[in-house]
Design a protein around this ligand. Structure first.
Ligand code: ADP
Ligand code: MG
Length: 412
């Protein structure tokens, strides 16, 4: 979970709506507390909670870096999903935009992940490895799949992408432009080109609000080079990393590297999806009409299907009773079918605003993300019952523990 800071736009709201109603827990790094005027405060638990002061680098180091190791290892498809209402910080966090004018400190996940990936590939231990990296960028808008890197036809339409499944259960996105890239700069130019083609519509909530899901994908193939082939430009440097912030390959990578080096002509392919989901806000809040209302409904159906897929995959009880995972209920889940579940690595980053004005949507997001993570809410209720938020209770507990320690020490 990531709580964004209060933005300039928030300060245009009436003061009482600007009140910060959601805070990180002072005791642990995985809880968030929602303060409501008339109700008891509520606690939600996640794998990690990033407060408003958290920098992009910290999010990356804590939540993303190990996924890149696993991706480079080649055995996993990795998917990162940014979920949340419009203006909660999804695009900022993911970096699914033109990054050229953004300071390096503010850069999101995609540019950082690409820098790390390309610098790891340049380590000397990979010099016998041939890497091929291709990127693609699609948008799902009103249940239509649009290739953001495809050329427009005479009517200004972009090619539609078809989803097929091969006999091994791999999902093939046919008709899609896949652009081969040789370095970080080429990835960033391609990302910027596609992001300019994204659908944006204005609603009451945010004039830049994005009504579509955007999926930026990186497909990496790695193959053992035959001894006679010339070095590729990617691998020809001395083996020292070029980029800042890179580290030596992990132990799993070293193991993997050995495995691959033993087998000639073996190709390993893995896919990394960066998904910037459409705004999760409820339709009536945006007072949408006509076409915009239609968009709203189909966006919600994609997010609904995603929630159902994730909970079907994540709930061990359900898995026992039903083998059906409803991938086919939406284009979004169908497209990501082989990247959700199985041995895929999936990370959802739920983004929320800290202000009173967005409280209802914030709670919806916390619940959706909680369901995705399949945490039993009783765990947090228990903590409330034991007076976790009650200073007096905690103080008397500290006194009691101190005296217990003292007596234990004097007995030993
Ligand atoms: P979304 O993609 O969810 O609609 P954005 O990523 O566009 O939201 O964020 C909305 C606004 O808030 C943008 O102006 C963005 O720069 C700002 N913002 C979001 N998260 C942060 C953050 N962690 N730090 C600073 N500004 C942020
Ligand atoms: Mg956005």
């Amino acid at each position: 979970l990531r709580i964004r800071p209060i933005t300039n736009e928030d300060t245009n709201l009436p003061t009482r709506f600007q009140r910060q109603v959601i805070t990180t827990s002072p005791h642990t790094s995985n809880q968030v507390i929602v303060h409501q005027n008339d109700k008891k405060s509520q606690t939600f638990t996640f794998d990690h909670v990033f407060g408003p002061e958290t920098m992009q680098q910290e999010v990356f180091d804590n939540a993303i870096l190990n996924l890149i190791d696993q991706f480079l290892e080649g055995r996993y498809n990795v998917t990162i999903l940014a979920y949340g209402q419009t203006s909660s910080g999804k695009t900022h966090t993911m970096g699914t935009n033109d990054n050229s004018s953004i300071s390096s400190e503010s850069k999101g996940i995609i540019p950082r992940a690409m820098e790390t990936l390309f610098s790891l590939m340049n380590f000397s231990q990979y010099k016998m490895r041939q890497f091929t990296i291709k990127v693609s960028f699609v948008e799902i808008y009103n249940e239509e799949l649009i290739d953001l890197l495809g050329e427009q036809n005479v009517d200004g339409e972009r090619p539609q992408v078809m989803i097929r499944e091969d006999s091994k259960g791999n999902i093939l996105w046919s008709g899609l432009q896949e652009i081969k890239v040789n370095n970080v700069e080429e990835v960033m130019t391609t990302l910027a080109r596609g992001s300019l083609n994204r659908q944006v519509g204005s609603t009451d909530m945010n004039s830049q609000s994005s009504r579509s899901h955007a999926i930026f994908s990186v497909v990496m193939s790695q193959q053992q080079k035959s001894l006679s082939s010339p070095m590729s430009p990617t691998n020809s440097n001395s083996g020292t990393p070029r980029m800042n912030g890179s580290r030596p390959p992990s132990r799993t990578q070293q193991r993997m590297s050995k495995r691959l080096d033993d087998v000639e002509n073996m190709t390993i392919t893995s896919k990394f999806n960066f998904v910037d989901l459409a705004g999760s806000e409820r339709l009536k809040r945006t007072s949408a009409v006509g076409d915009r209302a239609k968009e709203g409904i189909s966006i919600n159906s994609g997010l609904l299907a995603l929630g159902n897929v994730i909970s079907a995959l994540g709930d061990p009880n359900k898995a026992k009773h039903t083998t059906h995972v409803p991938y086919r209920d939406s284009k979004l889940t169908r497209l990501l079918q082989d990247s959700l579940g199985g041995n895929a690595r999936t990370l959802m980053i739920a983004c929320v605003s800290p202000t009173e004005y967005n409280l209802n949507e914030t709670i919806n997001t916390l619940k959706y993300a909680n369901r995705a993570r399949n945490i039993k809410n009783s765990a947090t209720i228990n903590q409330e019952e034991t007076g976790w938020n009650d200073l007096e209770h905690l103080q008397s507990l500290v006194m009691k523990l101190r005296s217990e320690i003292k007596s234990l020490k004097s007995n030993s």
